[in-house]
Design a protein around this ligand. Sequence first.
Ligand SMILES: Nc1ncnc2c1ncn2[C@@H]1O[C@H](COP(=O)(O)OP(=O)(O)OP(=O)(O)O)[C@@H](O)[C@H]1O
Ligand SMILES: [Mg+2]
Length: 154
Amino acid sequence: MITLQNIQATEKFATVIGEVAKAGDNLVLTGELGAGKTTLTKGIAQGLGIEQTIKSPTYTIIREYMNGRLPLFHMDVYRIESGAWDLGLDEYFEGDGLCVVEWGNQLEDALPLDYLELIIEKDDADENKRKLTLKAFGTQAEDFKKRIAEKWGQ
Ligand SMILES: Nc1ncnc2c1ncn2[C@@H]1O[C@H](COP(=O)(O)OP(=O)(O)OP(=O)(O)O)[C@@H](O)[C@H]1O
Ligand SMILES: [Mg+2]
């Protein structure tokens, strides 16, 4: 478990994720409304060297950013009704970029075969504090998690 004291710490952690990500890595972001999923994605984009502004893909489901070290596929599946998962997301999950999925835990059967889940939780006492937990599902995710831990180094 990782404690982030403020938004700057979250951005720094996210930048590390972007720096160590490899083609085909999948990151599922789990956390309530306003937990910091989009904030994390912005930091990840920075770590990948993406210069465009990251906008929340809430109404578009997916936004693609192609001008960084790796393609970034940013998805938000919050508003997708269950049973409507046949979106062709697998092509992205098995593609050559980094997929970051907000509310990805809702995908259930349509989750990627191999993914790292990042759970971000608010703190009852401090509105600027967050708690992170990383859970690897698959060998590629294990490796991704290891690279993040090594680079974060605390
Ligand atoms: N340590 C922190 N890390 C991340 N965000 C923080 C932190 N402290 C405060 N915040 C604030 O919490 C909010 C997080 O909003 P953000 O849009 O990233 O959440 P989200 O999880 O994407 O929400 P949604 O489910 O609506 O998409 C921002 O207003 C941000 O400034
Ligand atoms: Mg969001």
